[in-house]
Design a protein around this ligand. Structure first.
Ligand SMILES: [Zn+2]
Ligand SMILES: [Zn+2]
Length: 286
């Protein structure tokens, strides 16, 4: 065996060992938050069929968009319940590590999807505490054995899940069991992907969006920003002035940021700046 071949094998071994260590580490909390984020147990499972009739795979504009560390991001929208709230699955296609945003219901479909793709889910992030975004959380959390994150200002809303069910006349669900508080600016990483929590109140006090960095940035916007619209501010805890401040923050993002909203289709910051009346100058001054 030639010396360079031996060195190459050792190098590959080191890379494999490092990769294994990284995947064991799973979700990495990069900045300290209000509650201690430790290593979380992750169970994997196989099997299951998926009803994908309504699910949408997000095409990132450049299908070859890769993070600086060599991963490849995949995003899938699973619209759940009669509210058609988007459960967002984001994962690194190379490592298989992923996270879920807004497990609002239809837990079986969400679980079947991640199992069918072999995604190692690290955590569930809730954009806010409305029932259509949280009602399936306990079932998914239990099945996948993952922690749940939510901004503390939306805890009262989430704790009132059964009251929200009554209000909307839907089957009763328990309040989601939340493990960790989210804070503005907090950074997380899994696989080769990284994202930052942005506290954007207005639709509800604790609304949080999640911005994935990298060559092709993606914003999971929850009910703050939709295609050509925004979330309502007339529900308990809603605040139009705060919503305007939050929208002004989003307007600072680059035009090519892909927006994955809490309901409806994907869009981009550039498109919304052009076509969404709520992002116009006249609306923010009104
Ligand atoms: Zn909402
Ligand atoms: Zn919603």
């Amino acid at each position: 065996m030639k010396a360079w071949a031996g060195a190459a094998i050792i190098a590959i071994g080191v890379v494999v060992a490092i990769s294994a260590a990284v995947s064991l580490f799973g979700l990495r909390r990069l900045s300290p938050g209000p509650s201690a984020g430790g290593e979380e147990p992750v169970k994997t499972a196989g099997g299951g069929m998926i009803d994908s009739r309504q699910d949408v795979s997000i095409m990132l504009e450049r299908p070859d968009a890769r993070s600086t560390k060599g991963g490849k991001m995949q995003v899938r929208l699973i619209p759940v319940t009669m509210f058609q709230s988007n459960c967002v699955v984001a994962w690194d296609e190379i490592t298989g590590d992923g996270v879920l945003f807004d497990t609002g219901g239809d837990a079986g479909r969400i679980i079947d999807f991640v199992r069918s793709k072999g995604i190692q889910v690290k955590a569930i992030f809730l954009t806010h505490g409305h029932v259509d975004h949280v009602a399936g959380t306990n079932r998914v959390k239990k099945e996948l054995a993952v922690p749940v994150y939510l901004h503390p200002e939306d805890r009262p809303l989430a704790d009132a899940t059964s009251r929200q069910c009554l209000m909307f006349g839907i089957p009763m669900e328990d309040a989601p069991e939340v493990d960790h508080d989210l804070a503005e600016g907090e950074k997380f990483a899994f696989g080769s992907l990284e994202f930052t929590a942005l506290h954007l109140p207005g639709h509800s006090p604790g609304c949080t969006a999640f911005l994935f960095s990298g060559e092709k940035p993606v914003l999971v916007s929850g009910d703050v920003l939709f295609e050509s619209s925004i979330g309502r501010t007339d529900l308990p805890g809603g605040d139009m002035d705060k919503m305007k401040e939050s929208l002004n923050r989003l307007k600072q993002l680059a035009d090519d940021v892909v927006v994955v909203p809490g309901h409806g289709r994907q869009t981009s910051i550039g498109r919304e700046k052009k076509l969404n009346p709520y992002l116009s100058e006249s609306f923010s001054m009104w």
